[in-house]
Design a binder for this molecule. Structure first.
Ligand SMILES: *Cc1c(COP(=O)(O)O)cnc(C)c1O
Length: 438
């Protein structure tokens, strides 16, 4: 917190005279509050949100403790041990391991799940490419399913339609921090004997029917990359309570070597270890998690409450018993309800002081050039060339996903925002909708 007393006299005078000028301007213009800021009207958002300081004394304390150690290596490292203890208090999973990224966590999960050449893994095409990097490295085949129109999580019916005798696993991505329908996905996984992996990278602190996210599936993965709710700059966690997978997670992220049992290399994996400096920061960040998650949940839900029922707009849909932690807020814009295109609508919202942008990733993953060319390994995709899969990404269709990316509008949500900001943002939506409605 910045000390208010420290504001200099000059800054004070500058700020107050600006405020006087602004209040005059307000009275002069108050005749027409419906005029878009884009056209010179008054902004709906009166005060832009302040940025947040995401690390400080908690991290300094852990890092100082770490500097007194005689090792910075993860195995039996005090920071790693503490971080995982704290993690397990929040996430009651029997086995948990740190690793170098969310991508690494997901790769470790598919190695542990035994995904091999030609095995199909059904997942979301709107996600970070890290969701499928591990699948492709294990010579598995990502199969992209369609998503719920306003939940942005896997549509269980479409997942079931895409199951073949080669399907081995499902990776449920809790996009934007919104829990997937884990009851439906778990039922499908059980029925077809599939392994259910949870990608919780955008969902730190989210809850499914009151339970911490990551505790329904067989293996769960988190990212600690800089943009996530809590961070070590880069890092990840992989965890499981399943006796088939939990005990091998460590070696699947540590060159295939089991540090408890020893005894040579019986399995193969790469080095995805996290070091003690990162683990020190992770341990501290976990103490901030509940504050970050609950604040974001509250702000996002408030936005929904305030924009619900506005014609032409579909709010982010969250199950009433779940906690969505809004890595960002995603709403849909019904193209036919407006006289303008999405780009113009977003420009008008931004002019009102709303932190927003059009869409998310530009195209579904399977429409990216490397998928379209099936050129993952030096221009080749061995499993396809060897006839272990007939997957052709140029013929892969997920219609709802296309529509989501074409008319979704993304709002920044972060813990430094106030309820006032959200009320302003909702007012901006109302104002811009009114202006452009057909
Ligand atoms: C960030 C992210 C990843 C990858 O995490 P990294 O730490 O960047 O490797 C995977 N899946 C989702 C949904 C993500 O948001």
């Amino acid at each position: 917190m910045k000390n208010k007393e420290s504001v200099s006299r000059r800054e004070f005078i500058a700020a107050t005279s600006a405020a006087v000028l602004a209040s005059h301007a307000t009275t002069a213009r108050s005749a027409d509050t419906s005029k878009l800021a884009l056209n010179g009207g008054e902004k709906a958002v009166k005060k832009s949100p302040s940025s947040v300081k995401r690390w400080g004394d908690l991290e300094r304390e852990r890092l100082n403790a770490m500097l007194e150690q005689d090792t910075l290596f993860y195995w039996k490292g005090p920071q790693t041990t503490l971080a995982l203890e704290r993690f397990k208090k929040l996430y009651p999973l029997k086995y948990a391991h740190t690793c170098s990224s969310g991508t690494a966590a997901l790769h470790i999960a598919v190695i542990a799940a035994g995904i091999g050449p030609g095995d199909e893994v059904i997942t979301s095409p709107i996600t970070d490419i890290g969701t499928v990097i591990g699948v492709i490295y294990q010579q598995g085949v990502p199969v992209f399913a369609d998503l719920g129109a306003t939940t942005y999580t896997l549509d269980p019916a479409d997942v079931e339609r895409r199951i073949t005798p080669k399907t081995k696993a499902i990776i449920a991505v809790h996009l934007c921090g919104n829990p997937s329908d884990m009851n439906a996905l778990k039922a499908i996984a059980d029925k077809h004997k599939l392994i259910l992996i949870e990608d919780c990278c955008q969902a730190w602190g989210a809850k499914f029917r009151g339970q911490p996210i990551g505790t329904v599936g067989h293996i769960a993965c988190w990212s600690l990359q800089n943009t996530k709710h809590i961070t070590t700059g880069d890092g990840g966690v992989v965890a499981s309570s399943d006796e088939r997978f939990g005990p091998i997670l460590q070696k699947c992220g540590d060159k295939g070597a089991d540090r408890l049992k020893g005894g040579g290399f019986h399995s193969f994996a790469t080095n995805y270890r996290m070091n003690e400096p990162s683990a020190a920061v992770f341990a501290a960040q976990l103490e901030r998690l509940e504050g970050v998650a609950s604040k974001r949940a509250k702000l996002g839900n408030l936005l929904t409450e305030k924009i619900a029922g506005i014609p032409g707009i579909l709010p982010h849909q969250v199950h009433p018993e779940d906690r969505c932690v809004y890595w960002f807020y995603f709403m849909r814009f019904k193209t036919e309800a407006f006289r303008c295109k999405r780009a113009e609508f977003v420009k008008a919202l931004a002019a009102e002081g709303v932190s927003c942008s059009a869409g998310y990733i530009s195209v579904p993953l399977h429409r990216e050039p490397v998928f379209q060319n099936h050129g993952f390994f030096a221009g080749h995709w061995p499993v396809r060339e060897m006839g272990l899969t007939t997957m052709d990404f140029t013929k892969h269709h997920t219609p709802e996903v296309e529509a989501i990316l074409q008319n979704g509008i993304r709002f920044t949500i972060h813990e430094g925002m106030t309820e006032d900001y959200i009320l302003g943002a909702a007012e901006a939506v109302r104002k811009v909708v009114k202006h452009y409605a057909v």
